[in-house]
Design a protein around this ligand. Structure first.
Ligand code: CIR
Length: 269
């Protein structure tokens, strides 16, 4: 077992008021289905990670179940992020409390206390175990990346990148298999992967998928969660990741909120 704990947060009834750039006019978010999808995600993690802490929902924060954005953990150090969207900043307090319950978290650093102008969503942080990549976005600025660089100094080298296109977060287009040199990326992110390799002496090999949504996989303790509904990408991942237990989840309602698979949890070693 590599991850000892994870934090997830119940999806609130107010989820329909989440921040989203997706045009859902023809197909609004079905809240009860979103809850079912999120519960199945949580139950699947519980089967593979020994200590899954489930934080209660906060109706005042419709995006609160996207806990990934609230904190960034490397080794024994957790940084409480200052999320880029103002409506999401109040989510972090309950997550800090939850992190305090995890024995392997030894140090907690609050980003806003390090630099009040530093902003960062955890969705912009790709922690491969060997390196930490931070993508600049509407939510994450250079100062946010610098806070992580300082927090993880001596443990991992942090690189700040400019992802291509106008996606919400870095991990929309590239994720990593736990503690390996393997990245999962959308085909259109080839130049980004090349840049990551240029920075790291060609450390990484990428598996490319055609669908953007499918590039976001969650890898923990031998499990790889992938998105259902993208057959070509699913086949590529199933063919290439034979040694893993692949579970395909339908996250249709979460996708409508600009969410994916990594966004629903904070994984802790
Ligand atoms: C937001 O716009 O902040 C949320 N509706 C979606 C956040 C998804 N977060 C992630 O993938 N890390």
């Amino acid at each position: 077992m590599t991850y000892s704990a994870a934090i997830v947060r119940v999806l609130p009834d107010s989820f329909g008021n989440c921040v989203t750039n997706v045009d859902n006019a023809n197909s609004p978010i079905n809240i009860s289905l979103a809850k079912e999808q999120h519960e199945l995600y949580t139950e699947t993690l519980k089967k593979h990670i020994p200590n899954v802490i489930v934080v209660e929902a906060d109706e005042n924060h419709p995006d609160c179940s996207f806990v990934e954005d609230n904190a960034t953990v490397f080794g024994h150090t957790a940084v409480i992020d200052q999320p880029g969207h103002p409506s999401r900043r109040g989510e972090v307090h309950a997550i800090e409390k939850a992190l305090k319950q995890v024995p392997s978290v030894k140090t907690i650093i609050r980003m806003e206390e390090m630099d009040k102008d530093a902003f960062l969503d955890g969705g912009d942080v790709l922690n491969t175990g060997a390196h930490v990549f931070v993508g600049l976005s509407d939510r994450t600025n250079e100062k946010g990346g610098k806070v992580l660089e300082k927090a993880f100094e001596g443990q991992a080298k942090t690189f700040i990148l400019q992802p291509p296109g106008d996606m919400l977060h870095l991990k929309c287009c590239v994720t990593a298999l736990e503690d390996t040199k393997t990245l999962i990326a959308v085909e259109s992110a080839r130049s980004l992967v090349d840049e990551m390799n240029r920075l790291t002496d060609n450390y990484y090999t990428a598996i490319y998928v055609p669908d953007l949504v499918a590039a976001n996989v969650l890898s923990a303790n031998g499990l790889v969660l992938i998105q259902q509904g993208f057959p070509q990408s699913e086949q590529i991942l199933r063919d290439q990741l034979k040694e893993y237990q692949i579970v395909a989840l339908n996250m249709s309602e979460i996708i409508k909120a600009d969410g994916a698979l990594t966004c629903g949890s904070i994984l802790i070693k």
